[in-house]
Design a binder for this molecule. Structure first.
Ligand code: ADP
Ligand code: ADP
Ligand code: ZN
Length: 218
């Protein structure tokens, strides 16, 4: 299945994507993780990305479109993919549709994870990340050992863009540039909205139920 996980910063896209990738055996493609990997490796892309990300701003569309085109062309996407953090603008959504047509694929569903803003603020402020892409929360999703990733044993860190000023900017950017995609995908008939304010396990079960229904209908 070809899936886009959609939602504001902190809605739980990455958390759900990790669980879904395991259950359905499709790759989790997170543009944020790809960019952070490039920052860690100090690549040319990483150096460019850093200036935007620290301020909570979006990178230029052409950069992201190039990344996604390369990634979706890889062989592990043959049986499906889970996109997390892309598309974030209308030009990115239009480019995705062109890329998929070129690759002979189509988009099965856009899952919109809906979470009230005050909950997003709490989630982002308490989020702790791992270099492997896993995310935790100091209250809602604690690692087994404080400050250490359950999956790979690395030390967790607090993202620079999860500090107050950048959080507010990212939420504004979401409302301005990304939220309009809800109408776009609703009109395309592929949008499903999920209540993301429940526990991680409950949100996961709800998504699995929707995807299983969809799969049996395909
Ligand atoms: P996104 O990828 O959409 O930005 P994350 O998956 O990184 O969001 O989740 C943001 C923060 O909220 C993380 O700290 C995560 O552990 C926590 N979180 C995710 N889902 C839930 C949930 N359903 N309830 C409470 N906290 C959650
Ligand atoms: P979140 O947890 O807020 O959903 P991500 O990890 O997906 O954040 O993205 C972090 C940052 O990476 C964004 O604030 C932006 O600077 C950059 N970024 C990620 N995906 C995109 C995209 N599709 N278009 C432009 N910038 C992006
Ligand atoms: Zn880890």
């Amino acid at each position: 299945m070809n899936i886009v996980l959609f939602g504001p910063p902190g809605s739980g896209k990455g958390t759900q994507a990790k669980l879904l990738a395991e259950r359905y055996g499709v790759p989790h493609i997170s543009t944020g993780d790809i960019l952070r990997e490039n920052i860690n490796k100090e690549t040319k892309l990483g150096l460019e990305a850093r200036t935007y990300m620290d301020r909570g701003e979006l990178l230029p569309d052409d950069v992201l479109i190039g990344i996604i085109k390369d990634r979706l062309s890889q062989s592990d996407c043959a049986s499906g993919f889970l996109l997390d953090g892309y598309p974030r603008t209308l030009p990115q959504a239009e480019a995705l549709s062109t890329i998929l047509t070129e690759l002979g694929k189509n988009l099965d569903v856009v899952l919109n994870i809906d979470v009230p803003e005050e909950e997003l603020l709490k989630r982002l402020a308490g989020r702790r990340m791992c270099v492997c892409g896993a995310s935790y929360h100091i209250l809602f999703n604690k690692p087994k050992q404080e400050g250490i990733c359950d999956l790979c044993g690395s030390k967790l860190y607090h993202r620079d863009d999860d500090k107050e000023e950048a959080i507010m900017n990212r939420l504004d950017v979401y409302k301005d540039q990304t939220q309009p995609l809800i109408d776009h995908y609703t009109q395309a008939g592929v949008m499903l909205t999920i209540n993301g304010a429940a526990d991680i396990g409950d949100v996961f079960n709800e998504i699995c139920r929707l995807l299983d229904d969809l799969k049996s209908g395909i």
